[in-house]
Design a protein around this ligand. Structure first.
Ligand code: ATP
Length: 236
């Protein structure tokens, strides 16, 4: 039999008021996959991530994590089942130390928390060197890494990242995507929404292109047809 995907999305529809932002979308992610979710501003990428987490209500369709329906679960319960989410805009607690930012994000007990802290510091050596600094003193790239680190403290099986390179210099964005690659290599499934396609494609194995709430292309990240990209971003 075909193995159950880690995440299965069937016919998902979500929107705001009279507007549909995600329109009957179906998508499956295998365990350990790193997937770039690409598309122009307003294509529906953020709404899809929020719908997976349960932050926007579904108007139709369903979601299964490892074969179990999560469609009606609260966001907290979805996180407990293995979802991690890094919203757009690097939300960290600026007045708290780097270490405290990470520790308060952990839903686990003391021993597991210490383990996870070590793993995050191994992944982001820059953060380890600044463990006692207040988060506001970090650079933008380091704050983004801290935001990603916070999501990893829950040991997610699926990490959802919304525009992690937004507002970062090319060098820092490159570092963030280097981390994305390491996270996926360590076995965590990653779905990363991005407007800057090139960097996301270099860090992932599969590219899903969205336009007007629908998937217009789904294939290997290293063989993305230019006309598909053009259609997603410019409308063909
Ligand atoms: P971005 O990169 O700007 O986040 P996106 O691809 O993630 O773009 P969404 O943010 O999901 O796209 O937006 C999809 C559609 O839903 C757009 O038409 C947008 O205007 C609309 N939309 C998004 N958030 C809201 C909201 N809170 N209220 C009303 N409409 C919204």
């Amino acid at each position: 039999p075909v193995p159950e995907p880690l995440l299965r999305i069937e016919g998902l529809t979500a929107g705001y008021g009279g507007a549909v932002a995600v329109d009957g979308l179906s998508l499956s992610l295998a365990a350990g996959e790193a997937v770039a979710l690409l598309g122009a501003n307003g294509a529906g990428k953020s709404t899809l991530l929020k719908a997976i987490l349960g932050l926007v209500p579904l108007r139709g369709g369903g979601l299964w994590l490892d074969g179990e329906a999560i469609t009606t679960l609260t966001p907290e319960k979805r996180v407990r089942r293995g979802l991690g989410y890094v919203p757009e805009g690097r939300r960290v607690f600026p007045g708290m130390s780097v270490r405290d930012n990470l520790e308060v994000a952990s839903p686990l007990g003391r021993a597991a928390r210490a383990d996870d802290l070590e793993r995050v510091f191994a992944l982001f050596p820059d953060l380890a060197g600044k463990a006692a600094e207040r988060a506001w003193r970090l650079s933008g790239g380091q704050q983004q890494m801290l935001a990603v680190g916070r999501a990893l403290m829950g040991r997610p099986r699926l990490l959802l990242l919304d525009e992690p390179s937004l507002g970062l210099s090319p060098k820092l964005a490159g570092e963030v995507f280097g981390a994305v690659r390491s996270i996926a290599a360590a076995g965590t499934t990653v779905l990363v929404a991005e407007q800057s396609a090139a960097r996301a494609l270099a860090a992932t194995g599969r590219a899903v292109l969205m336009r007007l709430g629908r998937i217009v292309h789904d294939g290997p990240a290293d063989r993305l047809p230019e006309d598909a990209l053009r259609e997603a971003f410019l409308g063909g």
